[in-house]
Design a protein around this ligand. Structure first.
Ligand code: PLP
Length: 232
């Protein structure tokens, strides 16, 4: 991890640029700004970046690896109102521990993870069913044909509230039609769980397409944080 970033200036400028890009996309789509939450993906960046983002007004941050998320959430435990979103593949062994720091898990794609997260401990975690839009194993996500079954399992689970669906745009095809498919999956989910209206989609390079197709939660990393330091 590097701390060669100009934490105040550059970060603030990129954050403002993305905020205005999101605002433009939302308005162009005829939607309201309060329908869309931008989550800043801080993976590979040190806790000091999370601290600087918080000072700039960011309250939603995301990580994709359990150990890193756990460490950074501990280091920033004093920051008021900060919400951690978990967006990576979660081992069922670690799922229960993720309940301690995560407000939301966006990557529910297997029975074992749902079962491990389902704990009646008085807290309610927000959950998103991650959908595979390319049908390829390995990149995470439940196949589109298996979504209803996983949704039923989540609806029966303790301690997790189904918020909606999540996806990453497939590689090597345009993002917008893929996000349109996700919107169709979201409609199917809502026929089982009317309150599960959230759609977590859109990253640095495709968030405008996601906004047009109804995304409610954008997960934006490099466009705000700058390039990630090499994974170490
Ligand atoms: C890293 C990551 C992002 C952010 O990607 P950028 O291209 O840096 O915006 C979003 N979603 C998930 C699941 C990620 O792992």
């Amino acid at each position: 991890m590097t701390d060669g970033l100009d934490l105040g200036g550059d970060l603030g400028e990129r954050l403002a640029r993305v905020a205005s890009g999101v605002d433009d996309a939302v308005r162009a789509a005829g939607r309201r700004p309060d329908e869309v939450t931008t989550i800043v993906v801080t993976k590979f960046h040190p806790a000091s970046v999370v601290r600087a983002l918080h000072a700039l007004g960011v309250r939603d941050v995301a990580e994709n690896r359990h150990q890193e998320a756990q460490a950074k959430s501990t280091e920033t435990a004093d920051l008021e109102g900060l919400r951690w979103h978990f967006v990576g593949q979660l081992q069922s062994k670690k799922a229960r521990q993720a309940r301690r720091y995560a407000a939301a898990v966006h990557s529910l794609d297997r029975d074992s993870v749902v079962d491990a997260l389902a704990v009646d401990d008085g807290r309610v975690l927000d959950g998103f069913v991650q959908v595979s839009l390319d049908g390829q194993e390995g990149r995470g996500g439940v196949p589109e044909s298996d979504v209803e079954r996983l949704v039923e399992r989540l609806l029966a689970a303790d301690g997790v509230r189904l918020r909606g669906v999540m996806a990453v745009a497939p590689l090597g095809e345009p993002a917008r039609p893929a996000f349109a498919r996700l919107r169709g999956v979201s409609e199917r989910v809502r026929s089982l769980a009317p309150e599960a209206v959230a759609i977590s989609a859109g990253m640095s390079h495709d968030y405008a397409d996601a906004v047009v197709e109804g995304a409610t939660h954008l997960r934006i990393g490099t466009a705000i944080t700058g390039p990630r330091p090499e994974a170490g």
